[in-house]
Design a protein around this ligand. Structure first.
Ligand SMILES: [Zn+2]
Length: 570
């Protein structure tokens, strides 16, 4: 491919709305262009990477006996109502009414559609087990699309579904796909870790997320410093910690004025107390019913844990109106003392604590010297907060690290959640009807590119691995007016193309300095530099993008040398 013929527009400037390095590089190196918020076009260079990743995915999935199919993006909303997820996905779902006034969904995922298909086509144990997958565009109306293709409203996913007779069968399918995923991410050049994860709105028993460590990642994971334990924050179980003791252990709690200080930090500053001595009272609406949650001032509520405890799939933070109605006080001054008509859920770290500070359920006031057992009616103690770096590993009790990460894959043991609601059953050997046992498995295909770029870049641009790079070699004649240089470049180009190497030929009539800059920006693993001085001595220079290593080779042997070097490249 000649650069003068490919649509590969590189940019010197950092685009104004791009924060994450992967987003910046994808725009600057001409992989994508934004159409509107959270919606991107893939230019030829970007599409080449995408196609390579898809090829790896297909090879690894096929090697595990999975079969590719293609399901529709347009789905009738009745299917989603039957499975009970129409509500749960809420505003994330993109819906439209067709000309017959029927409501449709643009598929955010395909559990419903595939289960409906399998219900009709599979009816005997002889047809099981079955693993089906597709690579397809998904739609989600993200509240805050950001970081380019990392969180977008339209994205490409590989989604797979396994169907088995029993849970032992599901375990086998799950392990197969888990293995395939490890191979896929490794071949894509990602440094990843699988972590135990929450099953969330998907339902089901077990789940793992495949996480790529990166500072721009929107997820956090917990990793033990000592053992193999790794989990998502939603899943990480917290070992009980000692109850903190405070001097303000009064006979009775007292009211203090806290004018215009609403946040825990401000209240702690104002009262000159440690933030840990404060207790946050946060109101949620779970299935239309208000509940109150108590966590220590320095802790954060984990909404997935809370949803699990409340057994709800519909949880949201209460707005001002609800807070005022329930607490009779303004937002920012809620507290648990005298709070009636709502269930109170307290985090384990607050059990038995005395001398704490809470909101007084009235403007500009807090209570100090509160004894939680004496003054507060907690309905249930539970693990409802995010684990922190001060907590211990739930497996071995040693220290933990909390790191930012990007989720690139997720596997679930679903069980019968969908086959039950949609009625997908099979007849066993005895002719008895049983529900099919399901698993589902996703990979964010477009997100793999972003995750890869977060981990593989330097000050000059992208560093592609050989396996997913759009081209393996870049031929750079430094002066296109020089006939000898161009002849040499054309000869090498032809020889490499004949060997089925994907080569980009920078035939643009631009300054050598710009060619060097662009070459490092677009990150093709091998740069073949043909310049006047070297060529006069019969020499060609080869630069390896990843290591910066430069080699001089005889021009007559250049193509052979390049082939050899490419063989050794990762
Ligand atoms: Zn551990």
């Amino acid at each position: 491919m000649r650069w003068s013929k490919i649509l590969l527009p590189t940019l010197k400037e950092v685009p104004a709305d791009a924060e994450a390095i992967s987003h910046i590089l994808m725009i600057r190196a001409g992989l994508i262009r934004k159409l509107t918020s959270g919606v991107y076009s893939y230019l030829p260079f970007g599409l080449k990477v995408l196609t390579k990743i898809e090829k790896i995915i297909k090879e690894e999935m096929n090697s595990k006996g999975a079969q590719e199919l293609l399901l529709p993006a347009i789905q009738p909303c009745e299917l989603w109502q039957k499975s009970g997820r129409f509500e749960a996905l809420g505003e994330d779902m993109i819906t439209f009414r067709d000309r017959h006034k029927k409501l449709n969904v643009l598929g955010p995922t395909h559990e419903e559609v595939i289960t409906a298909l399998v219900k009709n086509e599979v009816n005997s144990y002889r047809q099981l087990p079955l693993i089906l997958y597709q690579i397809q565009t998904k739609f989600r109306d993200e509240a805050r699309p950001r970081f380019g293709v990392m969180r977008s409203r339209e994205f490409i996913m590989k989604d797979a579904y396994s169907f088995d007779c029993d849970t032992q069968g599901l375990d086998v399918s799950y392990d197969k796909i888990y293995e395939a995923y490890c191979r896929i991410f490794k071949r894509c050049g990602l440094n990843f870790i699988p972590v135990e994860a929450d099953t969330g709105i998907m339902g089901g028993d077990a789940s793992h997320e495949f996480m790529v460590l990166a500072d721009s990642g929107e997820d956090k994971i917990v990793k033990c410093k000592k053992c193999e334990y790794a989990a998502s924050l939603d899943k990480a179980e917290i070992l009980k910690i000692d109850t903190l003791k405070y001097a303000d252990d009064f006979q009775e709690y007292e009211e203090v004025k806290t004018p215009n200080v609403r946040t825990v930090e401000d209240v702690a500053d104002f009262l000159k107390k440690d933030i840990k001595q404060l207790v946050k009272t946060i109101l949620y609406i779970a299935d239309q019913k208000p509940v109150a949650v108590l966590v220590r001032g320095d802790h954060e509520v984990n909404e997935s844990k809370l949803a699990r405890i409340l057994k709800t799939s519909h949880l949201e933070m209460a707005g001002q109106e609800v807070v005022e109605k329930v607490t009779k006080g303004p937002l920012g001054f809620s507290g648990p003392v005298g709070l009636i008509g709502v269930d109170l859920y307290g985090d384990y770290s607050l059990q038995g604590v005395k001398g704490i500070i809470v909101g007084a359920n009235k403007a500009d006031a807090h209570f100090i010297g509160v004894d939680i057992d004496r003054d507060v009616k907690v309905s249930q103690w539970a693990d409802i907060r995010n684990i922190t770096a001060d907590d211990k590993c739930p497996c071995c009790g040693q220290g933990i690290d909390i790191q930012q990460a990007i989720e690139v894959g997720h596997v679930f043991k679903l069980g019968t959640k969908y086959t039950k609601s949609l009625g997908a059953a099979y007849l066993d050997v005895q002719g008895k009807s049983n529900l099919i046992i399901m698993g589902c498995y996703g990979i964010g295909v477009t997100r793999i590119i972003a995750a890869y770029l977060e981990q593989n870049n330097d000050d000059f641009g992208i560093i592609w691995s050989k396996e997913i790079s759009p081209f393996q070699a870049l031929i750079m004649p430094l002066n296109t007016d020089n006939q000898e240089i161009m002849k040499e470049a054309e000869d090498i180009y032809k020889l490499l193309v004949d060997e089925n190497i994907e080569v980009l030929f920078d035939d643009r009539d631009i300054r050598a300095g710009m060619k060097f800059k662009d070459a490092d920006l677009i990150g093709i693993p091998m740069q073949v530099i043909i310049g006047e001085k070297n060529l006069a001595q019969g020499i060609i220079e080869i630069k390896l993008r990843k290591t910066g290593r430069r080699l001089k080779v005889e021009s007559a042997k250049a193509a052979q040398e390049i082939l050899k070097l490419l063989d050794d490249l990762q």
